[in-house]
Design a binder for this molecule. Structure first.
Ligand code: PLP
Length: 395
């Protein structure tokens, strides 16, 4: 039985997959099962393989950890988790972190933390448990993070959803203030809405919300699951927006392709989740921490981050010369390409057939290349995209 047939027989059909079996990768290139074809990867596993495939230092760290201690429960301490936590807090300026295994789990932690913060301070009777999220946001696939997600298309089938989420219009501070009443304990937002179509928020709006939250003791949660860990050209996107959220969640690229999630909290709220109030069996797994330490050593370096910004400018410049492209949105190496024809899904498929892996976000093509992609690889990938777009244009 072919891999695809076996897969479809035994794995639930929750994804619309391409007819491609990937077997191995090196650098920023993946190869198919038969070793027949190579693919330049501008998607990096949806932003997870931040250092590309099988980076030698990362492989060495993960393999050596696997030979030492692959996991232990969180009833015990490990040095690797302590080192990773200290490094992450040091880089971001947060006081403490909780580790889980995914973006949704990191956000679940932030939501629980925010509700308990208000419960502890204002009491149960205050019913201060509502959380404002933005229209068109995406926060994950668990029932609660789906409820937080501000897109109606996700609110089907799985009733009843978790209550206590209010959607506000992005970039409309009046709408936010109207909804931020005494029942609200937190706001959660993405600085660049990723799944929503690579749409950056207006920095003036973000600043106004941050100030309002601090004045009214509403916790400001930044969902940096997609934007964090150097993706936008600063370690955290919040740095570019000039705000310091109370809580920041990270996942995707944090461990370079090993499942991880992190919920970082400042002094004000880092001791809210006490013993027994939260947990995750695999959270802070030593392999993830070992991979994560290598990612942090690289992605928090100022020259590395300057490189992300330079590559971003280079890609934008190259793309702007392609007539079929209407415009480019996004920050750093999180880019959304507006196509004149709006047929991103079809172009994405054609790119794959021609050896380039890209993503879509709504009607846009989305690029989340490994942060250490080379200029040569960028050139190669863009020339594939250019040919695909021109062939389409010429019928
Ligand atoms: C902003 C944001 N939050 C949360 C998630 C959910 O992350 P995960 O799929 O790791 O649970 C995603 C995933 O795309 C995301 O982009």
């Amino acid at each position: 039985m072919s891999t695809i047939n076996k897969f479809n027989k035994y794995v639930m059909g929750t994804y619309g997959r391409y007819d491609l079996v990937l077997e191995k990768g090196g650098g920023r290139t993946a190869a198919d099962e038969n070793g027949v074809k190579d693919y330049i990867d501008f998607g990096s596993g949806i932003g997870t393989n931040s250092l590309g495939y099988c980076d030698s230092e990362w492989v060495e760290a993960v393999c050596s950890q696997a030979k030492t201690l692959q996991h232990t429960s969180n009833y015990y301490y490990t040095k690797i988790q302590a080192d990773f936590a200290a490094k992450l807090c040091g880089i971001t300026g947060y006081s403490k972190v909780f580790f889980g295994n995914s973006g949704a789990e990191a956000n679940e932690c932030a939501i629980k933390l925010a509700r308990k913060y208000s419960f502890d301070k204002y009491g149960k009777e205050a019913k201060r448990y509502n959380i404002i999220t933005l229209e068109n946001s995406f926060h994950g696939r668990t029932l609660t993070t789906l409820s937080a997600t501000g897109q109606d298309s996700f609110h089907n089938y799985f009733f009843p959803f978790t209550e206590g989420f209010i959607n506000a219009k992005a970039n409309d501070s009046d709408d936010f203030k109207k909804k931020a009443d005494e029942t609200v304990c937190a706001v959660m937002l993405e600085f660049v809405q990723g799944e929503g179509g690579v749409i950056p928020l207006d920095p003036a709006y973000v600043k106004e919300i941050a100030d309002y939250c601090s004045l009214h003791d509403i916790l400001f949660i930044a969902d940096e699951v997609q934007t964090g860990v150097g993706r936008t050209g600063t370690f955290l996107a919040s740095e570019q927006f000039g705000v310091k959220p109370d809580v920041t969640t990270l996942a995707k690229g944090l461990a370079g392709g090993i499942p991880v999630g992190a919920c970082l909290a400042n002094d004000k709220c880092c001791d809210i989740l006490t013993s027994g109030t939260h947990g995750s069996t695999f959270g802070g797994n030593p392999l993830a921490c070992a991979g994560g330490n290598v990612v942090l050593n690289r992605a928090a370096d100022k020259d590395f981050l300057a490189g992300v910004c330079e590559k971003s400018a280079f890609i934008k410049e190259k793309l702007s010369q392609i007539p079929e492209i209407e415009g480019i949105d996004g920050l750093g190496l999180m880019l959304g390409i507006r196509l004149k024809t709006k047929n991103a899904a079809e172009i994405c498929k054609n790119c794959l057939e021609n050896g380039l892996l890209v993503l879509t976000a709504k009607t846009k093509l989305r690029m989340l290349p490994p942060l250490n992609i080379t200029y040569e690889e960028i050139d190669k990938g863009i020339s594939i995209l250019k040919n695909v777009l021109q062939e389409k244009e010429n019928g």
